[in-house]
Ligand binder design. Structure first.
Ligand code: NAD
Length: 473
């Protein structure tokens, strides 16, 4: 797929710049496609189109917005295979995983947003006033490569249902799924300028988009470091900013937890998508007396996570690039240097050429170690022993991040009591995973704001108080 245009104002628009971004397969290094690298001039044209389209779109009936977003969900379902194959070839997810956890979840995102939009009541009385929820304006949406379609849909689905217009800058690492999205948006017939897509990297497109005076809201998903830069750039013109950043999420295994099922859920969370999941459970907190049993069980399940060709039946493909693989290898080497014990994994498999790395379990990890604190964004689980439940809670909360977590116990009530002590935006009980009908986002340095469902819509709404008008609600 070679695309030398941006999608602006309802058409494929000749770019200002001629530079291209090549997309290589992390599996075998082959060229899978290319997009044009945009620049500030492309951003200007896209923002101008979104600004021009805003008044008309904000005034469009909710029923019409819902009709178009439902059509987008149906189009994703119809193109599921093409999207799954594209995602797999550009970022390495196993095709079967891409069909479900990448494309299927993106469809569910839109379904839940539509349900929230149907239930949404834009006018209500408060004290003596009428309070009206209105579209917040032009949205800049900047997304990463790890669950690219899901992240795009959470943002553009919510924004357009709220009545906002959007300029999307997808990740330059995995932009090809966004090309398909733009084609589907075009075919469905969204009004020109409601959804615009500008391809390019952070410096060329992300930075000018974030600072653009025509943009009212910036919604960003990505790394903590870039999120901080985005917030700074947006603050000059007092834009509303929501950030979905990284995590170092902890799974607390309580002493009565069913061990095999707990281990399966923790390995699944940590190793799926080759560990490139912001909410992955990457620290396993295990009662000291159960560490041996936990390690035996984890060893017995490790073979299920052998890396392999993502076109086949493997559960774990390559990392998204050789650079990402080398970053992961560096984390593991430094952890071993600091005294962590490599229980399994810890190597790039010799038999595979691409950006592969073995599922890795590190034991005897302590809070002083880098791997306890920093997001690896690879298939690396750190096991930390604990002696009391209070200590487990303290270890879990001993992080600059606060995205997610998990508690495992035979007693749901006991698990909930521990879950409520975690300073994180979500907690899974006994293996429960992402729920796109409920809010998703982080405490602390994991971000600002919430995505998904009704909470996702609110990120794109402003409130207007009309005093003396409560009787008109
Ligand atoms: P990244 O921060 O490098 O890039 C994210 C996006 O920001 C890309 O589109 C990139 O081009 C753009 N960008 C880069 N510099 C920019 C700048 N100066 N101004 C504006 N935009 C800029 O992140 P990544 O490597 O693509 O993704 C991995 C990270 O994303 C991980 O840290 C992960 O935890 C995080 N993540 C978080 C969530 C969440 O919801 N909390 C979900 C997925 C990924």
């Amino acid at each position: 797929m070679q695309v030398h245009a941006h999608y602006i104002d309802g058409r494929w628009d000749s770019p200002q710049g001629r530079e291209v971004i090549e997309v290589d397969s992390p599996t075998d290094g082959s060229l899978v496609g290319a997009v044009v690298a945009g620049d500030a001039g492309d951003v200007d044209r896209a923002v101008a189109a979104a600004v021009a389209a805003f008044p008309g779109w904000a005034a469009t009936d909710m029923a019409e917005r819902i009709r178009l977003v439902e059509a987008l969900a149906a189009a994703l379902a119809e193109h599921r295979e093409e999207l799954a194959q594209t995602l797999s070839s550009e970022m390495g997810a196993p095709v079967e995983f891409a069909r479900g956890a990448q494309v299927g979840v993106a469809i569910r995102d839109l379904e839940e947003l539509v349900a929230a939009a149907r239930a949404h009541r834009p006018r209500r009385a408060a004290s003596g006033s009428l309070v009206v929820a209105e579209a917040a304006g032009v949205v800049a949406a900047i997304t990463p490569w790890n669950f690219p379609l899901h992240q795009i849909m959470l943002k553009i689905g919510a924004a357009v249902l709220a009545g906002c217009t959007v300029v999307l800058k997808p990740s330059e690492v995995a932009p090809l799924n966004a090309v398909i999205v733009a084609r589907l948006v075009d075919a469905i017939g969204f009004p020109a300028g409601v959804i615009n897509v500008v391809f390019g990297d952070g410096a060329g497109v992300g930075a000018p988009l974030t600072a653009h005076p025509g943009v009212d809201v910036v919604t960003f998903t990505g790394s903590r470091a870039v999120g901080a830069a985005v917030a700074k750039a947006a603050s000059d013109s007092i834009k509303r900013v929501s950030l979905e950043l990284g995590g170092k999420s902890a799974a607390i295994v309580l002493p009565d937890a069913p061990l095999a099922a707990s281990v399966a859920a923790i390995l699944g969370s940590c190793f799926a998508n080759t560990g490139q999941t912001c909410a992955a459970l990457t620290r396993a907190l295990v009662p000291r007396s159960l560490v041996g049993d936990f390690l035996d069980e984890a060893r017995s399940q490790a073979a299920a996570w052998a890396p392999g060709d993502p076109a086949g039946t493997t559960r774990m493909g390559p990392l998204t690039s050789a650079a990402q693989r080398d970053k992961v290898a560096g984390f593991v080497a430094r952890a071993a240097g600091e005294g962590a014990e490599i229980v399994f994994g810890g190597e790039a498999p010799a038999a595979l050429d691409g950006a592969f790395y073995e599922a890795t379990l590190l034991a005897a990890v302590t809070p002083e170690m880098e791997v306890f604190r920093e997001e690896v964004f690879g298939p690396v689980l750190a096991l930390v022993p604990y002696d009391t439940v209070d200590e487990a809670v303290e270890l879990a909360n001993d992080s600059r991040y606060g995205l997610s977590g998990a508690v495992f116990s035979a007693d749901d009530g006991a698990a909930l009591a521990v879950a409520l002590r975690l300073r994180t935006g979500s907690v899974g009980l006994n293996g429960a995973g992402l729920d796109v009908g409920a809010p998703f986002g982080g405490y602390k340095e994991s971000g600002i704001g919430r995505e998904a469902g009704a909470w996702g819509l609110e990120e794109f709404l402003e409130l207007k108080t009309v005093m003396g008008a409560a009787h008109l609600a």
